[in-house]
Design a protein around this ligand. Structure first.
Ligand code: ADP
Length: 363
């Protein structure tokens, strides 16, 4: 149960490539923090540095106010849950969970209390006498989590714990982890995933990384509603936010956005000139609607592809001047077909504007 603080932390592997640049992060006791980002962005490296499995090349790491850069993993008060559960195959669930406490010479009675408490929390009580091979993947991962819990660590680290499970088990085990967080509100948890849905559903705060840098830190809804830049806008949310190159001009309070020959007014303050300058218009697929007429439309183009999902329909529209297809997510089923011309309007309150360098205006 502790704060974790990273100050100017960087990582250079022996091949001299700087894979983490200047990481500054203040994690408070009891927070559930998710490191998320595309493969290779450095999230596992960051987690492994906190655990002590990987050396820190620069900067300081503090746990509970103490600099731990040179403290070995076993003495840092952390417990890590890996992607592969790494259970001892010849030991029962009970013994797998008890093992680290036996090594630490904890009394039999205390071990029993801890193991049974963790088993109860993870709904593993009926399985305590089983061997790992007689468990499902999700149950095995819960045993791995139980093994971490019994040690009562200051900080829990999870390295993609759900990525070996199939889709249904992933959802169920994700809920177990959310429950765990509820039942251990004082425990600090740091969780790595490449899956933005896991990040959105579990995190108190998300740390979104790309290429060794932190792009944004904030609550899931902060990142969803106020992305700091185009990268964050496209990473959080599925289907991703549409990003359309545009011209942005401001007259007084009003900002005019122009895509191809169509213009729309927004209330975002861009401090752009009246002549206008290039930038990017962002709108989420669910914030686009089909207009009744061409005049009311803002993004117009031919439908390239229709996906009917039952409760909603995705239209992929080829808008002139925009390389990527614009996606509109519309409620229900539609008669629209490939090749139809559609005119889309956007909710004024939901528009995002980014400058030439892909940084958000109005933040
Ligand atoms: P992620 O977990 O986000 O997929 P990693 O932290 O595993 O990313 O890797 C970040 C970068 O560091 C990648 O470019 C990866 O190739 C590199 N890397 C990871 N481990 C090592 C290592 N032991 N030696 C050299 N480069 C490494």
């Amino acid at each position: 149960m502790a704060d974790v603080k990273l100050t100017h932390v960087k990582k250079i592997y022996s091949n001299k490539v700087e894979v983490l640049r200047d990481i500054n992060l203040d994690i408070k006791q009891g927070e559930f923090i998710v490191f998320v980002g595309p493969s290779g962005c450095g999230k596992s490296t960051l987690l492994r540095m906190i655990s002590g499995l990987e050396e820190i090349s620069g900067g300081t790491l503090e746990i509970d106010g103490q600099v731990v850069n040179d403290i070995p993993p076993a003495l840092r008060g952390i417990a890590m849950v890996f992607q592969s559960y790494a259970l001892y195959p010849h030991m029962t669930v009970y013994d797998n969970m008890a093992f680290s406490l036996q090594i630490a010479k904890v009394s039999k009675a205390d071990i029993d209390t801890q193991v049974r408490k963790a088993a109860e929390m993870l709904q593993l009580t009926p399985y305590l006498d089983r061997l790992p091979k007689a468990l499902s993947g999700g149950q095995r991962q819960r045993v791995a989590i139980g093994r971490a819990i019994v040690r009562r660590p200051k900080v829990f680290l999870f390295d993609e714990p759900l990525s070996n499970l199939d889709a249904a088990l992933r959802v169920a085990t994700r809920m177990e982890i959310a429950n765990l967080k509820e039942s251990m509100p004082d425990s600090t948890m740091i969780y790595v995933t490449h899956d933005q849905v896991e990040a959105m559903t579990l995190a108190d705060r998300i740390v979104l990384l790309s290429a060794g840098n932190i792009e944004q830190v904030g609550s899931p809804l902060e990142l969803y509603e106020n992305p700091a830049n185009v990268f964050v806008a496209k990473f959080i949310g599925s289907p991703a936010m549409n990003i359309v190159p545009c011209q942005i001009a401001q007259t007084g309070e009003q900002t005019k956005v122009t895509v191809a020959d169509n213009s729309v007014q927004t209330a975002v303050n861009t401090a752009a000139s009246e002549q206008g300058k290039p930038g990017f218009f962002g709108i989420r697929p669910e914030d686009l609607h089909v207009a009744d007429s061409e005049e009311q439309g803002f993004l117009s183009g031919k439908v390239f592809f229709v996906e009917s999902l039952g409760e909603s329909t995705l239209l992929y529209v080829k808008v002139p001047g925009c390389e990527e297809l614009v996606i509109a997510k519309l409620i229900g089923t539609l008669p629209t077909q490939r090749g139809d011309l559609v005119h889309l309007t956007a909710d004024a309150q939901k528009m995002h504007l980014f400058d030439e360098n892909e940084l958000a205006y109005g933040r």
